[in-house]
Write a protein that binds this ligand. Structure first.
Ligand code: SF4
Length: 763
């Protein structure tokens, strides 16, 4: 495996910088491409503002003092995409069969516009036909009540769902009798939640935005902030400018970490003056992060043991003694670990590890940030725990300027989990039953992977999706499509047409809902919803645009009307009151969910309120009641000869499964998504060259080969033996059985593949 792919100085000429004129031009292009440009421009002035609405993009927090333009290029794309005046209504569906729609690519589907009417699938004509809301709710209620068990229903949630809708959704599903609440977190940060809960007693990050102002070193691990959390570059730029060390740990050297020009800094943008962001680039092989961080931990221990000043000269012994458990066993395991294995499994040389260890050792305050590059690995949980081990060695949790920072990719994915969207009884289950007068189910439900298997096997018959694009976001696309088609009923609450609407059960419904930027008016007046960002700040969001159609309902209204249809007039839960006045929903949340007392009052504070984080206060709510050092062996992930480690990722014109355009400006890809990045030497070894067309096959033990066809190879700066490409196009290659230990997250980082000339059988 390639060692020492790392280099520290890269040119920061504009072509190599993120942001700047390129971001401005792209923003203008995407806004201009949508109908209703003026409205979109006005709408952008309200995004992420204290009295505005929350960006439907990622979960990066707002600063206390927001700028007039508190959005990034990709936030603007998300708002423009949702605020388009293009419409998809009964006429559109009358023109297109579902089979035709299924044959279109994801960009085409979503660019058709906003859904305007509830629609029901008609198998006889293979088309969607308009249906009334009442009939739609009656149909769903009848199908649910006809099930042999509540556990034959699946209630999926995407991270765009507000706290209010999520709380009501789980209340409805649990009153119905199931814990089948798979959510997009299962596909993204589940490994973070599991790892952190075991290590430090809470599944959330411990840092706040203010910590970035005083950190001396920031590790950005398996994350591409330039595309997926662009406003994070503002904090990284400030940190770099004040001399903080920023270490990028990623098989790819991503543009946003090379250099950044803040598009709102006029002079810099005009002159193209860019700030180098990362001081160090480490490019481990895909899946090599556990070995890498174990190597760093070993170097820190060696520094302590070699230090003439003795114990506590390097390690924070006071912190370790007072707040942790398991250090001695961990240290013993590090002493036994071989450098040969660390180097070979990480793909990084000892020399380079020493350089990075010095950055860590010379910093008083260290933040470790990570995203899918870690969480979607087979050993994602153990890898995140090794990162936390490193932080614990020097007491880098629970002090200003330091801590653990999983950066969430969906605006309210963290809030949904806090509201009880989880496939097991939530921590407030008893309180929920007490307040709403029922016995919540205590059995373990289905997460995403289990839900797909249950639908495939006929153990789940009704699928309800609150937002999202389940069919495109999930692995093993062929199998997932068949599983959804095996359902008696599939229901999707959505704003725009997407892949999932074209993968229908024997019966299917599309329920169009309000967008984030739109006014949600009820008999009680304009309503606001709330979300929780990646750093546990809960704040309000209220759109003001006229709804895209008079037939839309809000997510809370959809849940309340469905619940009434399901439970009938005898049910005392005040569903109609909840739908009329969201303050009553928040009162219910305040009564049930810890940390939300006086919810309605606190959410009126400008910028909302911080939920707090026990580990940040060095209170460890795990089984040991102490921060736990976790011992993990370095797994041997060697693949058979000829195979490459593939990872899926987003392009710069993409947000989750939403494809805004076909370019990937930061990787110099134009107008093409059917690409696979690989090292030139690996291509040469296979008789391939940059630009050749290939088919890609994935290989899992005792499973049939999976194959996708006609991709263009791109010779790219990626470690030997590794490859990368976009999802959802490559999701058909990921086996449903390939999941991360401990979190059951599909493994999209290290898919065992071979590349062979397009149309040719594999030799
Ligand atoms: S950083 Fe994330 S939340 Fe902020 S504007 Fe961009 S996409 Fe939206």
């Amino acid at each position: 495996m390639g060692k020492d792919a790392a280099q520290t100085n890269v040119s920061n000429t504009p072509r190599h910088a993120a942001g700047g004129l390129g971001a401005l031009a792209s923003t203008v292009k995407h806004v201009a491409a949508q109908a209703g440009k003026l409205q979109i421009a006005r709408t952008l002035l309200r995004v992420n503002q204290p009295d505005g609405f929350d960006c439907p993009g990622c979960a990066w927090p707002e600063p206390k003092d927001t700028s007039a333009f508190e959005f990034c290029e990709n936030g603007a794309k998300a708002v423009a995409w949702e605020s388009t005046k293009k419409k998809v209504g009964p006429d559109f569906f009358a023109e297109h069969t579902v089979s035709f729609l299924h044959g279109q690519d994801d960009h085409w589907l979503e660019s058709q516009g906003r859904l305007t009417h509830p629609m029901r699938y008609d198998a006889a004509t293979d088309r969607y036909l308009e249906v009334s809301w009442d009939d739609a709710f009656a149909l769903i209620a009848d199908r649910l009540k006809a099930l042999a068990s509540p556990d034959e229903a699946v209630f999926y949630t995407s991270g765009r769902t507000s706290n209010e809708a999520a709380f009501l959704y789980q209340l409805m599903g649990r009153k119905f009798g199931t814990n089948n609440f798979p959510d997009c977190s299962n596909l993204c940060h589940e490994s973070s939640g599991v790892a952190l809960s075991q290590s430090i007693g809470i599944g959330k990050g411990t840092v706040t935005l203010e910590d970035f102002e005083s950190a001396d070193a920031i590790f950005v691990i398996g994350q591409n902030p330039g595309t997926n959390h662009p406003r994070m570059l503002t904090e990284l730029q400030k940190a770099a400018q004040r001399g903080a060390k920023i270490v990028s740990v990623n098989p790819l050297k991503e543009r946003g970490l090379v250099a950044f020009t803040h598009p709102q800094h006029k002079l810099a943008t005009l002159t193209g003056n860019a700030t180098p962001i990362a001081s160090h680039f480490v490019q481990p092989v895909i899946g090599g992060d556990l070995a890498l961080f174990k190597g760093l931990c070993k170097l820190v221990l060696e520094a302590e043991e070699a230090n003439a000043d003795g114990a506590g000269s390097v390690l924070d012994r006071a912190f370790i003694d007072e707040h942790t458990t398991g250090f001695e066993a961990f240290a013993e395991d590090l002493r036994r670990e071989s450098w040969e294995r660390i180097e070979s499994e990480s793909g990084v040389s000892l020399a380079q590890l020493r350089e990075i260890a010095d950055v860590f050792l010379n910093a008083d305050r260290v933040i470790a940030c990570w995203a899918m590059g870690l969480t979607q690995q087979r050993h994602g949980v153990a890898t995140i725990q090794m990162v936390v081990n490193l932080l614990l060695m020097r007491g880098q949790i629970g002090k200003p300027g330091a801590g653990a920072c999983p950066v969430r990719g969906h605006s309210n994915v963290q809030g949904d989990r806090t509201m009880g969207i989880v496939e097991k009884p939530p921590p407030f289950s008893d309180k929920l039953g007490e307040v709403f007068g029922f016995n919540p189910p205590q059995n373990h439900g289905f997460d995403v992977v289990h839900a797909i298997a249950a639908m495939r096997d006929g153990r789940a018959k009704v699928f309800v999706g609150m937002g999202g694009n389940f069919a495109a976001a999930t692995p093993d696309s062929g199998l997932t499509y068949a599983a959804l088609r095996n359902c008696g009923l599939t229901v999707h609450v959505s704003t725009k047409l997407n892949r999932s609407h074209t993968v229908v059960g024997r019966d299917a419904l599309i329920l169009p809902c309000l967008g984030r930027a739109e006014r949600d008016e009820t008999a009680a007046g304009p309503q606001k919803i709330t979300v929780e960002d990646s750093m546990s700040v809960v704040h309000a969001s209220a759109g003001r645009n006229a709804p895209a159609s008079e037939h839309l309902l809000s997510e809370p209204a959809i849940v309340c009307r469905l619940a009434r249809a399901l439970f009938g007039s005898g049910d005392e839960t005040p569903w109609e009151e909840f739908a009329r006045d969201y303050r009553l929903i928040r009162d219910g949340i305040a009564d049930v969910v810890p940390g939300f007392a006086d919810f309605n009052a606190r959410v009126e504070e400008p910028g909302g309120f911080y939920l707090g984080n026990a580990a940040r206060d060095r209170v460890w709510n795990n089984a040991e009641r102490r921060a736990a050092f976790v011992v993990s062996p370095i797994p041997d992930q060697t693949l058979p000869a000829g195979q490459l480690r593939l990872m899926t990722l987003r392009s710069h014109d993409q947000y989750n499964t939403t494809v805004y355009g076909l370019n990937d400006r930061y990787r110099d890809i134009a107008d093409d998504r059917m690409v696979v990045f690989a090292h030139a030497d690996d291509l040469r070894e296979r008789g391939l060259a940059d630009g050749d067309r290939v088919d890609i096959s994935s290989h899992y033990e005792n499973e049939p080969t999976r194959r996708v066809e006609n991709f263009r190879v791109v010779a790219y700066d990626i470690p030997r033996g590794c490859a990368a490409g976009y999802f959802p196009e490559l999701n058909p290659l990921v086996s449903l059985s390939a999941v991360a230990y401990g979190s059951n997250t599909p493994v999209s980082k290290l898919i065992p593949v071979t590349l062979h000339a397009a149309g040719k059988e594999e030799s």
